[in-house]
Design a protein around this ligand. Structure first.
Ligand code: NAD
Length: 438
């Protein structure tokens, strides 16, 4: 039976996408949207732009494009803003990052040059490999948050935006665990006044977003809005949040292959993953404290997909190693090797080798677009707090504390599409095949 559709405010007017960090991912994202608007590129890799959604029974032949099924902001209504610790425009930053070919960047020069970053909230202690000068000064962290809140309001007014979304695509910060200052809003706000070291810049951005009523998506593995004080603030202010860490490259492959091995009840003895990359992200992750944040995010994936506690004969005690090596000649063109030791019938051993010559930011850019559009949709549909249905996009999906994250990309996709069906009052599709009984 068809459910009642959820009321969704129309996507009228302009949507401002504010990017924290104007590096490889952000500039590749902005350049791509500009090229699509110019009609010189297709939105490849973007589910919101290219994906379809099946409705009703297979025999109904109803499979509209997602963007025709649910009201998403039109790409022509999107405007960009950013913060970065370097004052380079998106044009200069794109040339520096070297993801896109020079001719490609030149073709979009005018659009990219007009995007200049606002001064950032940054502290060297959290990203020791970087030193920038486009940085805000304030007498404490609360004052810095207030400056961000003022930036957000000014951007909205100057660009004539109706709605905003913020996406963290800045460098990965050092590893931090939740502590007392993260537990309640009162403790957190006191910590902002006291300059508590456990409050990282990414948390200050998240706080400023929520205080401004702006959805916040976290594309890096740092905690950011994944702390009780901020998840509660998101609930209380009715603002959607999601994270963490864009699912690209090696982890994308892992979450495609591991569910397949499990589906066939093939055992796993070990999974060794190593990467070489030479972009600024790689340089930041070369610092052990920053790598630890990334490692935690990458390691959690297999345990959750394979469920060793349910299948001890197949998955108990498998070895899982993840390495990232900074190797400048490769730039953004990462190479990720996986050596996977599996076993089958009668315990016979087999091996799978993957050598993924990928381009990190080319894989990440469409995720930024989808997340921005879906987060805006979520807000217009009155969805608040953690948006678990967007786990599809993340390596370490943020969930409510009592839940474990879902990592299987196929379950994540089903959940995402069923959420869209639910919002529009369509039957959820369970692939149960009840038509056999008709
Ligand atoms: N496929 C991918 O590229 C991918 C996948 C998953 C996660 N990520 C994460 O996305 C983030 C961005 O990746 P990237 O390749 O674009 O990195 P990048 O180094 O090219 O860009 C990051 C930018 O953030 C800026 N920055 C650092 N701290 C800041 C702050 N406090 N405020 C404002 N700007 C700040 C830096 O100056 C830099 O320009 C990283 O955290 C990375 O780990 C990337």
């Amino acid at each position: 039976m068809v459910e009642k559709a959820v009321e969704i405010a129309p996507a009228d007017g302009k949507l401002g996408i504010l990017l924290v960090g104007l590096g490889a991912v952000s500039t590749t994202f902005v350049a791509g949207v500009e090229a699509i608007r110019k009609g010189t590129a297709q939105p490849i890799g973007s589910l919101t732009q290219m994906g379809t959604i099946r409705l009703g029974r297979r025999t109904d032949n109803r499979s509209p494009k997602i963007k025709d099924f649910i009201p998403l902001a039109d790409l022509n209504d999107v405007v960009f803003g950013a913060w970065d610790i370097f004052s380079d425009s998106a044009y200069e930053a794109a040339l520096h990052c070297g993801v896109l070919e020079k001719a490609h960047v030149e073709d979009l020069r005018e659009q990219l040059e007009s995007l200049k970053p606002m001064a950032a909230v940054f502290e060297h202690n959290y990203v020791k490999r970087l030193n920038g000068t486009n940085v805000k000064q304030g007498k404490n962290k609360m004052e810095l948050a207030e400056q961000l809140i003022a930036d957000i309001a000014r951007f909205k007014a100057e660009k004539g935006c109706d709605r905003l979304v913020i996406v963290w695509a800045a460098s990965t910060e050092i590893f931090l665990e939740q502590s007392a200052v993260h537990q309640t809003l009162e403790a957190f706000e006191k910590g902002l006044y006291d300059d508590d070291a456990a409050i990282a810049p990414s948390m200050i951005y998240a706080y400023a977003a929520l205080k401004s009523g702006v959805p916040f998506a976290n594309g890096a593995p740092n905690l950011s809005c994944d702390i009780p004080a901020l998840t509660k603030l998101a609930e209380d202010t009715g603002v959607p949040i999601c994270g963490k860490d864009f699912k690209t490259g090696q982890t994308l492959m892992k979450t495609i292959i591991a569910p397949g091995l499990k589906a066939r009840m093939l055992g796993l003895e070990g999974w060794y993953s190593t990467n070489i990359l030479g972009n600024r992200d790689g340089e930041v992750l070369d610092d052990p404290e920053n790598f630890k944040t990334k490692e935690e995010s990458k390691l959690s994936v297999l345990e959750h997909i394979l469920q060793p506690e349910v299948y001890p004969e197949l998955y108990k005690d498998f070895a899982h190693v993840v390495r990232i090596n900074y190797y400048p000649p490769r730039g953004d063109n990462k190479e990720g090797w996986d050596s996977i030791d599996i076993f089958g019938w009668l315990g016979y051993k087999m091996q799978i080798k993957i050598d993924f010559l990928c381009r990190d930011s080319i894989l990440a850019a469409p995720l930024v677009l989808d997340l921005a559009l879906f987060m805006d949709l979520a807000q217009r549909a009155g969805m608040k707090g953690i948006q678990e249905w967007l786990s599809f996009y993340f390596k370490a999906p943020q969930t409510a504390p009592e839940l474990y994250p879902e990592h299987d990309i196929f379950i994540q996709l089903m959940k995402l599409k069923n959420t869209l069906r639910h919002l529009q009052g369509e039957d959820l599709i369970t692939h149960l095949g009840l038509e056999y009984y008709d």
